[in-house]
Design a protein around this ligand. Structure first.
Ligand code: FAD
Length: 325
């Protein structure tokens, strides 16, 4: 028995959510007094691979080569399932990223495993049971699911588990996995990134704007605040529908789900469909001129005021703070 963690990379670099998944998988392995093996697919440097040891991976299986350079759901799932069999891993952990959401059920089928997708905390293994708290109904609620199968797959919501450094380098081993031709029926030919700024699903801080901002010409102050905070930009659906912002920034039930440590909502009413995408945020700050706006009900901090007065003041305060430290 062991735990296997899939370590996703972007252009050869591991993401923060990957290190969170490794830290989480290490804790799951510790719960079961077993070892943690990582698997990396794509062309990742030796230094980057050994760095996974810092978060608790003892060994890294490295799958490289032209054919698997870009993410292919079916092929990656086959390779990960094969690695799990090779390592006799009965628990597979991965991040609940865009790729992870596609991989988890496929790996589940291949390993005949129960799947807890969107986990937000460590499994509870008391009383001989294996239960996991996870998001449900597009993030509107939490569910506690019991996995009763011998094999288990857990996908972890980004920013829901802390990074834990254990300090040693991992051993890297090449792994030549067999992916079937039928795994390559749909291939990614090219990747065009929507922005070279902070990636929205992985962002630590998100600054989001709604229809209260009146028009696209007013986004300069939102962008300035986001830049100062090192935050990703997001928006409500009507804003992207109107073409004020790109669809890649649309957050909510029909858009991207985010789980940052800080979500700042400016001029957004807080409709249920918007909240569905942001409810895993740790701290929510709402700026709205209407004190009755529904968003205030889920806010940790609320500012009742006109965004066009509040945001410039906030920008000055952040600049002042940054200059003082
Ligand atoms: P509004 O509802 O118009 O709210 C604007 C807010 O700005 C108001 O609260 C107002 O008080 C405030 N405001 C106005 N002026 C200022 C100012 N100067 N300063 C400060 N505050 C100000 N929506 C999403 O966001 N994501 C989704 O994924 C999504 N999916 C949907 C799916 C379905 C099937 C349906 C039916 C709807 C969906 N919606 C979604 C739409 C959702 O129901 C709301 O209509 C939408 O979220 C409202 O966007 P908004 O808050 O930006 O605009």
């Amino acid at each position: 028995m062991s735990v296997l963690v899939y370590t996703e990379n972007v252009d050869g670099k591991f993401k923060k959510s990957t290190f969170e998944a490794v830290s989480y998988a290490r804790a799951v392995a510790d719960q079961n007094n077993t070892s943690l093996v990582a698997i990396s697919i794509g062309n990742v440097s030796a230094d980057e691979l050994t760095s996974l040891g810092k978060y608790g991976a003892v060994k890294v299986l490295n799958v490289s080569g032209e054919k698997l350079k870009n993410f292919i759901n079916q092929a990656y799932a086959s390779v990960i399932a094969e690695a799990a069999k090779k390592e006799s891993a009965d628990i597979v952990v991965l991040s609940n990223s865009f790729s992870g959401r596609g991989l988890a059920p496929r790996i589940g089928v291949k390993l005949q495993a129960g799947v807890a997708d969107g986990a937000v905390s460590l499994p509870d293994q008391s009383g001989g049971k294996f239960t996991v708290k996870k998001t449900a109904f597009s993030g509107k609620a939490f569910a506690i699911v019991e996995l009763t199968s011998a094999n288990k797959v857990i996908s972890l919501i980004p920013n829901s588990y802390k990074l834990v450094e254990t300090g040693s380098a991992a051993i890297v081993e090449d792994f030549a996995a067999e992916a079937k031709e039928s795994d390559f029926k749909a291939m990614i030919k090219d990747i065009v990134r929507s922005t070279d700024k902070v990636s929205l699903p992985d962002a630590d801080i998100v600054v989001s704007g709604g229809r209260g901002l009146k028009g696209p010409e007013n986004w300069a102050m939102v962008e300035e605040l986001a830049d100062l905070l090192g935050a990703a930009l997001a928006c409500s659906k009507p804003v992207s529908d109107a073409g004020w912002r790109p669809h890649s920034e649309h957050v909510g039930q029909t858009g991207i789900a985010v789980s940052p440590n800080l979500y700042i909502a400016i001029g957004i009413s807080g409709a249920i469909q918007h909240l569905a995408g942001i409810s895993s945020s740790k701290v929510i700050v709402v700026i709205n001129k209407d004190p009755e706006a529904p968003f205030f009900k889920v806010a940790d901090y609320g500012i009742v005021g006109d965004a066009f007065e509040v945001i410039p003041k906030l920008i000055s305060a952040v600049k002042e703070y940054k200059a003082s430290v």
